[in-house]
Ligand binder design. Structure first.
Ligand SMILES: Nc1ncnc2c1ncn2[C@@H]1O[C@H](COP(=O)(O)OP(=O)(O)O)[C@@H](O)[C@H]1O
Ligand SMILES: [Mg+2]
Length: 423
């Protein structure tokens, strides 16, 4: 037999065996719960009590007016920064929902940016993208309709066709300001056109509302207007590009600030109180040229100092924080108003982490380490040097190895094998 055939027949044997045997159930598990890489599948809570207290303190401080609210998460690669950011985002969203249910006035928008990109406009773009152009359009419409719709009778007088024989009833005009037409701009515009309403005038009024309530800059106002008034078939093409179509212009610095402020204003007007922006892998700014980098940091500083109700949560490695960001003292201060440093795992926390993951794959939660043992956890802590990612990959692979070897326990020998086999 050729060696490739040997490999294939070995692998095929595996498949057949897996069909026959009961898989992970002989280890007391439904599946292998340990993550290998990528975004967290299960957003588990932090292991340190101190971290949880800091998160509560941070969220509390952000909904008090005029408080600075920056949070920096500092740790090495694989130590759980992304995981922690996702956890905090999740907490804010759940808290948001819970607060709405008991009618407490805390409503937040969160958005997650994977890395800082190479200029601040991209940050704004990501914010828009994350909130969704559709939602922004809906919000703008809400602002317009609520301003227009205070009195349907006056509205009719203003927009009804002047020189026509078609007569429409006040009832029809009233319907424009009732559901389901009111909150759906497409339905509204359709009915409005059917009644021969003065479309040009409506657009002018909408622009007036946008410039007085959202943004004075007429270019940006025009783009918001297009967002709402473009014909239906064009809507699919409307992306954030419309909103940032001024990108090539020279006045970009001023515009981008106005743009961001207008987005924040839209959110505020429709009832959101707070915007949380998460920027992961912030250490990537290190890769920018020095001119770009200082421009980036400067713009970010202007952005976040201007908008107090805009919280920024960043994560990065210690060296970049201390070497790069520290060169911009106001930004450094603002971002590190609050700081969470993630400590490496020790044996006690390693055990906690293992139990949390095992419970995901158990029929009933319990506090046992089985199939892991005290010794195997100690060994994995030692091999991984307390790094979350290495520790969890090792746990994953050891479990696979135990299954393959038909060992009912993950012994230190199994861990050695898993390490050699899977690197
Ligand atoms: N508190 C935690 N509970 C469970 N898993 C965690 C926790 N913190 C980190 N992890 C896991 O550890 C691995 C590495 O974390 P990650 O957030 O990707 O690190 P970093 O972003 O610092 O490189 C991921 O698989 C992640 O899901
Ligand atoms: Mg990460």
């Amino acid at each position: 037999m050729t060696s490739d055939m040997e490999i294939i027949s070995e692998l095929l044997k595996d498949l057949k065996k897996e069909e026959k045997d009961v898989g992970f159930s002989f280890l007391g598990l439904k599946f292998n719960p340990f993550p290998l890489a990528g975004l967290p599948r299960y957003i588990l809570s932090p292991l340190d009590k101190g971290t949880i207290e800091k998160i509560i303190f941070f969220i509390r401080s952000t909904h008090r007016e005029n408080d600075y609210s920056g949070l920096t998460i500092v740790a090495d690669f694989g130590m759980g920064k992304t995981h922690l950011m996702k956890f905090i985002q999740d907490v804010i969203e759940k808290f948001n929902k819970a607060a709405q249910e008991i009618k407490i006035d805390f409503s937040a928008v969160t958005c997650f940016i994977d890395r800082p990109e190479d200029n601040p406009q991209m940050v704004i773009h990501k914010i828009i993208e994350d909130i969704g152009v559709d939602k922004i359009r809906k919000y703008i419409w809400k602002i317009i309709i609520e301003t227009l719709g205070t009195d349907p009778k006056m509205f009719r007088e203003e927009y009804e066709p002047k020189h026509t024989l078609i007569k429409t009833s006040l009832e029809d005009w009233k319907k424009l300001f009732e559901e389901p037409i009111k909150s759906n701009h497409l339905k509204f515009l359709k009915s409005f056109k059917k009644m021969n309403g003065d479309f040009k005038k409506l657009q002018e009024s909408a622009k007036e509302i946008i410039t007085t309530q959202i943004v004075t800059d007429s270019n940006i106002a025009e783009r918001y207007l297009e967002l709402v008034f473009s014909p239906e078939e064009k809507i699919a093409d409307l992306s954030w590009d419309i909103l940032s179509g001024y990108r090539s212009k020279r006045e970009i610095q001023r515009k981008e600030l106005q743009f961001l402020n207008s987005v924040v204003k839209i959110l505020r007007k429709v009832g959101f109180k707070h915007l949380y922006v998460f920027v992961d892998e912030f250490e990537d700014i290190q890769k920018l040229s020095s001119a770009k980098k200082s421009n980036y940091l400067l713009s970010l500083n202007t952005l976040i100092n201007k908008e107090r109700n805009w919280s920024v949560i960043i994560s990065l490695t210690e060296d970049v924080l201390e070497e790069e960001i520290k060169k911009e003292p106001p930004l450094y201060d603002r971002l590190t108003t609050q700081k969470i440093e993630i400590e490496p795992l020790n044996v006690e926390k390693g055990k906690k982490l293992i139990i949390k993951y095992l419970n995901l794959a158990r029929d009933k939660e319990d506090e046992s380490l089985h199939p892991f043992t005290d010794e195997s956890v100690e060994k994995m802590i030692q091999l991984s040097k307390g790094n979350y990612r290495s520790f969890l990959v090792l746990s994953h692979n050891s479990l696979e190895c135990a299954l393959h070897e038909k060992s009912a326990e993950v012994t230190t020998e199994i861990i050695d094998k898993a390490r050699v086999l899977r690197g």
